[in-house]
Ligand binder design. Structure first.
Ligand code: SAM
Length: 240
């Protein structure tokens, strides 16, 4: 999987060099390249924003630097695909609070893609014509991380990249851990039961006896029941 990110703060993505995602990059399972949108500006101040048509507070990201940046992304993806053809369309992810909710299902879908490009907005967002125009070369997905507003798309892109990249085969050492977790098929897409490790008694608190029993059927039953209980209490919406 190739991941390209365009942002006015590409340094945010340095953190992706750490931990399992960083190792996956070193091992050649993923490439992650962060680009500075201002490299596609042509004025002395490297301007990327302007006042909104129709009035209102804040500034809007100009379409011209975005158009040039995405042209460059498209050209580099095409060049890579000439060396190694792949059948799927590149996907342009635009993080936005007005997008479709990001879920494990979305992460699963994106993890099967060969090329992801992230367009990180700032200010009041990106001129909408950029998403319309990009649809000629990309499957465009406007995605919201949740029902709140961040200052920019960088943190949202990081969260999406981490959730997607860990599903790419080989990134997580033990693939079973992807099955037995919250929102995954192994838990029936519910929340995962509480987890414990040694010692069996810590500060007077005991690990539930069933987990020490070695009885796999009872353990599975306890986990299922805990999982259903937690989901009912915290996320009843998942039960429907
Ligand atoms: N005016 C926009 C609105 O009300 O929908 C909010 C703009 S926000 C201040 C600036 C940028 O942060 C957005 O363009 C988007 O890239 C990012 N962002 C903010 N909240 C987000 C969320 N919940 N999910 C994904 N991206 C978000």
């Amino acid at each position: 999987m190739r991941i390209n990110i365009v942002s006015i703060f590409p340094d945010y993505f340095e953190a992706l060099r750490l931990s399992l995602i960083g190792k996956a990059v070193t091992d050649g399972l993923l490439t992650i390249d962060a680009h500075d949108l201002r490299d596609w500006t042509h004025d002395r101040h490297r301007t990327v924003d302007d006042t909104p048509y129709g009035g209102g507070a804040g500034m809007v990201m100009k379409p011209e630097p975005w158009g040039e940046a995405l042209d460059a992304m498209t050209a580099s993806i095409r060049a890579a695909r000439e060396q190694q053809p792949v059948p799927d369309r590149p996907v342009l992810v635009i993080p936005t609070p007005s997008g479709h909710s990001f879920t494990q299902q979305t992460a699963q879908e994106l993890s099967a893609c060969s090329d992801l490009v992230f367009a990180c907005g700032r200010y009041e967002g990106i001129d909408h014509r950029v998403a319309e125009w990009a649809a000629a070369d990309y499957e465009v997905r406007e995605i919201s991380l949740g029902d709140y507003v961040l200052n920019g798309g960088e943190v949202a892109a990081m969260a999406i990249i981490e959730a997607v990249a860990r599903l790419v085969p080989g990134v997580i050492g033990n693939p079973d851990s992807l099955v037995e977790e919250s929102h995954a098929a192994g838990t029936g897409h519910l929340l995962e039961a509480p987890v414990y490790t040694k010692p069996a008694v810590w500060r007077g608190l005991e690990v539930p006896e069933v987990l020490l029993s070695g009885h796999h059927t009872r353990i599975a039953g306890w986990r299922r029941q805990q999982s259903q209980h937690l989901t009912r209490v915290r996320r009843p919406d998942l039960l429907t």
